[in-house]
Design a protein. Structure first.
Length: 329
């Protein structure tokens, strides 16, 4: 029987304010604990989030404290060797981040062990934080993992829907069909066969209706229409819109051998529906499963053997939404 492994977060808290126990429940049979590494100037602070949650529930445990170790290549290699999934912000791939301090330490000591982890069948889940603020992040990811990805500009609101690949891979009746992401989302262009959630475009009729409504707003504000300007040309605006948003993805996965790298573009994490999709991603790969030593195609547990804990998690999301709605009355 294969030994269970950890989910490791680097400079991140669990997304969507998930509890460590929820993340374990979402990937049972392969996840032992949820670990976290915070990168300091000289040291790594390594702590067990599963224990911290357990301890905060009132259990009397005095032995466990954050483990402080020197920031070395061996320290990262040791952390990765006990993990099946590493969740990491894109900021960690550049020496100078606009968001985090000490990313240079990871570039110098962590990139090589991370690549080795990936080549040995590990799953690397890249959380978009830096985005288009630093195109170097994506370039470094491409170099490290052999991806062909390109980051695109920030948008206030996008609507995503699962691709046929996502439907086949996840094979779940609970998979969200239409998700609106607000407050800072980035797009990714990637090979079609790697896209999981695609930006959904309006029809031309819907676009023209919105365009006309904007004209009416300008008229009410007393802004004079200038037909010589491209922004008032509906045909040109529609053409530009298609160029900007066609074939863009908010979620993508690249596989090589048994290794997987996933790009996750939901920066704000305000739509909790996507937390279900995120939890599905924790089951990607073979490390920590009975297929640990086998070669094969990219895998995720199929519908027939998909963890009952994940189904329970979906039911809890629906139940919470119903309760919240009832409380409004």
């Amino acid at each position: 029987m294969t030994e269970e492994r950890s989910i490791l977060l680097i400079n991140l808290k669990p997304p969507y304010e998930l509890k460590a126990s929820t993340m374990r429940m979402a990937s049972p049979g392969r996840t032992s604990t949820i670990q976290q590494i915070l990168i300091g100037e000289k040291n790594l602070i390594w702590q067990d989030l599963s224990f911290l949650e357990y301890n905060s529930a009132g259990e009397d445990n005095e032995d466990e404290e954050p483990n402080k170790v020197p920031c070395t290549e061996k320290a990262f290699a040791d952390a990765f060797s006990t993990s099946h999934t590493v969740i990491i912000p894109d900021s960690m791939f550049v020496e100078k981040s606009r968001v985090f301090n000490n990313t240079k330490n990871f570039v110098e000591h962590g990139l090589a062990p991370l690549k080795a982890f990936y080549e040995q069948g590990g799953t690397v889940l890249v959380q978009c934080v830096e985005g288009a603020l630093s195109s170097t992040c994506t370039a470094q990811i491409n170099t490290l993992f052999g991806t062909d990805w390109k980051i695109h500009v920030l948008a206030d609101t996008i609507t995503l829907g699962p691709t046929k690949y996502a439907q086949r891979l996840f094979d779940s009746p609970y998979l969200p069909e239409r998700v609106v992401i607000k407050d800072s989302a980035f797009f990714l262009s990637c090979p079609e066969e790697e896209g999981l959630y695609k930006v959904l475009l309006p029809t031309r009729e819907e676009f023209c209706k919105t365009f006309k409504e904007q004209d009416e707003v300008f008229e009410r504000l007393g802004i004079e229409r200038d037909d010589s300007m491209e922004c008032f040309d509906v045909d040109k605006s529609w053409e530009d819109y298609l160029k900007k948003y066609s074939d863009r993805y908010g979620l993508a996965i690249h596989a090589q051998g048994n290794g997987h790298v996933i790009w996750y573009g939901d920066r704000s994490q305000t739509n909790r529906t996507m937390s279900f999709v995120f939890c599905k991603l924790l089951n990607i790969g073979t490390l920590g499963t009975q297929n640990d030593e086998e070669d094969g195609e990219p895998i995720l547990k199929k519908g027939s053997d998909f963890p009952s804990g994940m189904i329970l998690f979906a039911i809890l999301i629906v139940f919470a939404a119903v309760i919240a709605k009832l409380l409004r009355f």
